[in-house]
Design a binder for this molecule. Structure first.
Ligand SMILES: Cc1cc2nc3c(=O)[nH]c(=O)nc-3n(C[C@H](O)[C@H](O)[C@H](O)COP(=O)(O)OP(=O)(O)OC[C@H]3O[C@@H](n4cnc5c(N)ncnc54)[C@H](O)[C@@H]3O)c2cc1C
Length: 341
């Protein structure tokens, strides 16, 4: 058997999407040792496939009121972090070349409902949205057949390939392309003592002392998404066996993966299998909230997941979770039936 070499590093970052690249730049600028591991190419997954909009939350308010998702996004620190990166006020340094444009247009080919129109001009959104006067319409709308409304949203759209280049250049030498990754935890008395990552025959040892010395809170964060809720039972049993502290977050970007869009009849079945376990309120709320079906969101969800499965070479019919496979079949039939031309 080939000898396994041990390399000591402070941090292993897994995945060179926007999250991994951003973190890697912060680590480098703070003098912390790290390696960034990626199974595909840099940014190759969601990041390069995204539309690159720096959301301010407006897209999540198209019902004409403040939704939880809109509040979560507009209250989040993300926009502020981007601003600081462009203003040379953070350890992330980005130039204006990463911006494609500083606004986008939202239009409807019918007049917007008065509720939405009023909401757009309300104090809350005044600085973010502006109705475009007929004489200032962008060229595609200067057309006698267009009889709708056009709004200008002050939300920056990024040039993703430039962004990836600028984030990668400072840390390129710390990136490793890998085939697969095996994580191994050494747990004693419900405490993680050692954390190994085996990659391409190399063994990385995560230095937990560094986290303790620097008083970094060592937490597991778990995302509740359309994919993860189907495996909640196993995950919660694993958490309880190890007595790990885990915080749950609902995914709201992209919002179609928010598990609330799974119809209640499926969420109820998941609920029945886990309701006797020690559950976080976010899980309870997500699985038991009574609202059902937003057709368009299910359509988006189906398209998004289809692309995701294609990109990841996963056959959804072979996923090792009978309820998910049943849901996937149901979703495919629903989308066919509801949206067939
Ligand atoms: C079509 C589309 C449009 C979108 N539009 C927007 C938008 O306009 N605005 C917005 O804010 N968000 C948008 N999003 C969401 C946004 O793209 C994601 O939230 C963001 O890119 C996630 O970044 P990430 O680094 O977490 O994930 P990713 O970019 O997916 O990166 C994860 C990386 O990890 C790698 N990886 C996975 N498993 C392993 C492993 N075991 N070992 C090593 N590497 C691994 C993957 O290959 C990948 O490169 C959009 C997403 C899509 C798909």
């Amino acid at each position: 058997m080939a000898e396994i070499k041990t390399i000591k590093t402070d941090v292993v970052v897994i995945g060179a999407g926007i999250a991994g690249l951003w973190l890697a730049n912060i680590l480098k600028n703070n003098g912390i040792n790290f390696v960034l591991l990626e199974t595909d190419a840099i940014g190759a997954n969601q990041t390069i496939n995204s539309q690159g909009m720096l959301h301010s939350g407006i897209k999540y308010a198209l019902q004409g009121n403040v939704t939880g998702d809109m509040k979560a996004i507009s209250d989040s620190e993300a926009l502020h972090l981007w601003e600081q990166a462009f203003l040379d006020q953070s350890s992330i340094k980005l130039t204006e070349n990463c911006k494609l444009i500083d606004h986008q247009y939202l239009w409807s080919n019918n007049q917007l409902t008065s509720k939405l129109a009023n909401f757009f001009v309300s104090n809350l959104l005044k600085s973010k949205v502006e109705k475009v006067a007929p004489e200032h319409l962008p060229v595609p709308f200067i057309n006698k057949h267009f009889n709708g409304s056009v709004y200008k949203l002050h939300e920056t759209v990024l040039n993703l390939s430039v962004l990836l280049q600028e984030l990668t250049a400072p840390i390129y030498q710390y990136c490793l392309q890998v085939n697969n990754i095996n994580l191994e935890l050494e747990v004693n008395n419900n405490k993680i003592n050692k954390f190994f990552i085996d990659v391409n025959g190399e063994r990385f040892l995560l230095n937990l002392e560094l986290l303790q010395d620097k008083n970094v809170k060592f937490n597991f964060l778990a995302v509740l998404s359309i994919l993860s809720i189907f495996d909640l039972e196993n995950f919660i049993v694993w958490r309880d066996n190890g007595d790990f502290k885990i915080e749950f977050f609902k995914l709201n970007n992209p919002d179609c993966l928010d598990p609330q869009y799974v119809p209640l009849k499926f969420r109820e079945r998941i609920w029945q299998t886990i309701k006797h376990l020690n559950l976080d309120p976010v899980i309870v709320e997500t699985l038991t909230q009574p609202d059902d079906l937003v057709d368009l969101k299910l359509f988006e969800q189906y398209n998004y997941l289809t692309q995701y499965f294609e990109r990841s070479n996963i056959d959804p019919a072979q996923v090792n979770n009978a309820l998910f496979v049943e849901y996937w079949t149901w979703l495919g039939n629903f989308v066919q039936e509801r949206f067939k031309r």
